[in-house]
Design a protein. Structure first.
Length: 189
């Protein structure tokens, strides 16, 4: 997905939970090689950096760029993020998304492990504080759940439904999924 988006700056937050701790990183690292972009991984401490680097070099032979520190603090120094992956099991994931400085051409935001109860009331608009327009978001029941949002380019409009020069409101279909029951709701707004 990151390669299809032609992401030039791919950022992920990493934690050493689970058997597939580096599977996402492997895919993102390969995508960055295809796009000629940069893959940056944020790890919490020096031990995590060593473990992550050794695992990635052993698996892919690629040595990615690793930044050590708290994700909220290190994210402030990264500008122009095209593709961002955060772990929703962490309590601070919404703060990470709020401080992320996204690319002027838009971005794709991915939250992993969404099906946990802590994030059952998660909404993209509340996290982005209205500073960016959400073009589309989707929940995928892959693994522990993925919540993906495409955030529009800066200055690309408000997304309030006005189209054309006449100011006429265009009707819009909205699809929502109930995560617990799996039902799909289609609403015309």
């Amino acid at each position: 997905m990151a390669a299809g988006w032609d992401a030039q700056m791919i950022v992920e937050t990493w934690s050493r939970r689970g058997d597939d701790a580096t599977s996402t990183s492997i895919g993102l690292s390969i995508a960055s090689k295809h796009t000629g972009g940069k893959h940056i991984c944020i790890v919490p401490d020096e031990d995590s950096r060593i473990e992550y680097t050794l695992s990635m070099e052993k698996t892919t032979g690629i040595s990615p760029e690793v930044v050590v520190g708290e994700p909220e603090e290190t994210m402030e120094n990264l500008v122009g993020i095209d593709f961002l992956v955060v772990n929703c099991e962490k309590n601070d994931f919404s703060r990470i998304l709020k401080v992320a400085k996204l690319s002027h051409r838009g971005a794709v935001l991915v939250c992993k492990n969404v099906s946990s109860r802590i994030v059952s009331d998660f909404r993209w608009r509340s996290v982005l504080d209205g500073k960016s327009r959400i073009v589309r978001s989707v929940f995928l029941p892959v693994g522990k759940g993925l919540d993906i949002a495409h955030v529009g380019a800066a200055g690309s409009g408000t997304g309030e439904g006005k189209r054309g020069t006449g100011g006429k409101m265009e009707k819009k279909w909205i699809r929502r999924f109930d995560r617990e029951s799996g039902e799909e709701f289609v609403i015309r707004k």
